[in-house]
Design a protein around this ligand. Structure first.
Ligand SMILES: [Zn+2]
Length: 548
């Protein structure tokens, strides 16, 4: 559907109408001498073709400036013409070219692609988030667009690609997506759509509705992501982005009321680098040593999607877990005993490197660097005196391991939450503040959530502990690397029901990778948390979770 109206000067109006007659018959636009009628017509999806006579619109003055000020969202199609004959000649050239809007010398421009004048995430920002995809920053512009909002083509062109995603963000990070090829080698890409309303090969006009918005693919909320490419731009050094991606901002016709989300206010529509796209349902494997037969039985019965092993597990345990669930996400905690000694980073990296490599070779990429490092038993006061010293230790370990395993994603370890009964601990939030540089350099952040009663599940000091981490690190991928109700005297069936509820609670929290309950089994200790006994008998936890 094409909405076009031709604006003609009042002076000698019928002379101008005569000049436009053949064009009107051919393409069917409306005609008016009133600039306001032209501005309001079918807004914001119309093109106003202007017969650009000098002094043709004395009440408005510079007619292009007037439209930009009063009707910024319309698409202007200005034809400079001294006389009706000039105008007729220009329109005839278009008809001869079978091109309704022939504009050989006009700069390439992008129409605003939604009805909402708000940018949620500008081009090039958040380098920390996008570095993982080898991008120097956000590779497009995120526009506000609630679910099912209209998405408009930014410029005339032809649809060259339509992706229908299969529900797996790993296969289709852009979700449902449309690519439109434009003149001069420009291509626009519209991502995270609910559906495309065009198909490959369709010609589209600027302002045409081509799809509806949503949050499909790698996306943490409803919005429209727009990428602009220019063929050859990367090779020519015109951009530091790969795949010919360039900054769309200078091409965009900004509505007068457009605003850009200020960083630090409402959370931006960040696309977290998390292939699964949702918080996986997981558990910590055996606390010490390799997984045993009853552990695999519990994982099967509980229908787990994620397991965190320690590096003291056997690498073959990875194969067993993938046999249970081919999509199983596996994380490994780099494990070593710190008790009572000073354990330099170089020594730790050397000690864990061999075991880590065995998991790395099996495709494991997510590694948590140690654990609860704000406890005396885990290095506080013996290897580091505070968060700052731990941060230096972490960065040293990280650099050493990345040099050997470049694709490894090394996580800042979960801290022991303050307020939770545990002697010999230093405050977790202060520890985070002191180790800020390490937190920012980490590929992801682990955190622990514990509670002992029903109310604790919904408490910021308990199950909702991840909220403070999200507030502090809005763009970081988070993992709940441990959670449980370790209380004595609470039936494991009750705990299982709490866990089932907790998994459901966090399932769709953006940027949470997995929630990993503590713990399948242990050779000693953790009596009130283990999912099975050492004689191999299962508690009620796996069964209750399996029926979730
Ligand atoms: Zn985006």
């Amino acid at each position: 559907m094409e909405h076009q109206i031709i604006l003609l000067p009042k002076d000698n109006y019928y002379g101008w109408v005569g000049a436009a007659k053949d064009y009107v018959v051919r393409f069917g636009p409306n005609v008016t001498a009133d600039p306001d009628s032209a501005g309001r017509y079918m807004t914001p999806q119309q093109t106003v073709t202007i017969a650009g006579a000098p002094d043709g619109y004395p009440a408005q003055g510079d007619i292009q400036a007037w439209f930009r000020a009063n009707y910024p969202s319309i698409r202007m199609d200005y034809i400079a013409a001294e006389t009706p004959d000039d105008f007729a000649a220009a329109l005839k050239a278009r008809m001869d070219a079978n091109d309704r809007y022939l504009q050989p010398d006009a700069p390439f421009q992008l129409l605003w692609p939604t009805e909402f004048p708000k940018v949620m995430q500008p081009f090039g920002v958040n380098p920390d988030v996008y570095r993982r995809w080898n991008l120097p920053g956000h590779d497009g512009i995120d526009f506000r667009a609630p679910r099912e909002a209209k998405v408009f083509a930014c410029a005339d062109g032809v649809v060259k690609r339509v992706d229908s995603w299969n529900g797996n963000p790993q296969d289709f990070p852009s979700g449902n997506r449309i690519d439109v090829a434009h003149r001069d080698g420009y291509v626009t890409l519209y991502a995270h759509l609910q559906q495309a309303l065009v198909k490959v090969g369709d010609p589209v006009r600027a302002g045409q509705v081509i799809g509806l918005a949503d949050s499909t693919g790698f996306s943490s909320g409803d919005h429209l992501h727009l990428t602009l490419k220019k063929t050859g731009a990367t090779a020519a050094g015109l951009t530091n982005f790969p795949r010919d991606i360039i900054d769309p901002s200078p091409f965009l016709i900004w509505p007068a009321e457009a605003t850009v989300e200020a960083s630090g206010s409402a959370p931006p529509a960040v696309s977290f680098p998390w292939p699964a796209g949702q918080c996986l349902i997981g558990v910590n494997g055996r606390a010490d040593g390799r997984m045993q037969e009853a552990d695999f039985t519990a994982v099967t019965q509980a229908k787990m999607e994620a397991v965190k092993l320690t590096s003291t597990a056997a690498p073959e345990d990875v194969d067993r877990l993938r046999a249970i669930n081919p999509a199983m996400f596996i994380m490994v905690r780099l494990f070593a005993s710190f008790k009572g000694r000073n354990y330099p980073a170089a020594q730790f990296a050397q000690d864990v490197q061999h075991d880590m490599g065995q998991f790395y070779q099996r495709g494991v990429r997510y590694f948590e660097v140690h654990n609860e490092v704000n406890l005396v038993d885990e290095g506080w006061t013996t290897t580091w005196q505070n968060g700052r010293e731990f941060g230096q230790w972490f960065l040293d370990v990280r650099n050493r391991l990345k040099a050997v395993y470049p694709e490894a994603l090394l996580g800042y370890p979960g801290l022991s939450p303050d307020g939770f009964p545990m002697p010999l601990r230093t405050n977790d939030m202060r520890f985070l503040d002191e180790s800020e540089a390490a937190v920012q350099a980490a590929d992801w952040i682990g955190l622990h959530c514990y509670w002992v009663d029903e109310a604790g599940i919904n408490s910021p000091a308990g199950g909702l502990g991840y909220l403070e981490y999200r507030r502090r690190y809005p763009n970081k991928l988070l993992f709940i690397t441990e959670f449980s109700n370790p209380a004595q005297g609470v039936d494991k069936r009750i705990k299982a029901q709490q866990y089932a509820r907790y998994y459901q609670m966090v399932r769709n929290v953006p940027g949470l990778g997995a929630a990993l309950a503590f713990v399948l089994s242990a050779s000693s200790g953790f009596l009130h948390e283990v999912w099975r006994d050492e004689d191999g008998s299962l508690s009620e936890i796996p069964g209750v979770l399996g029926r979730r």
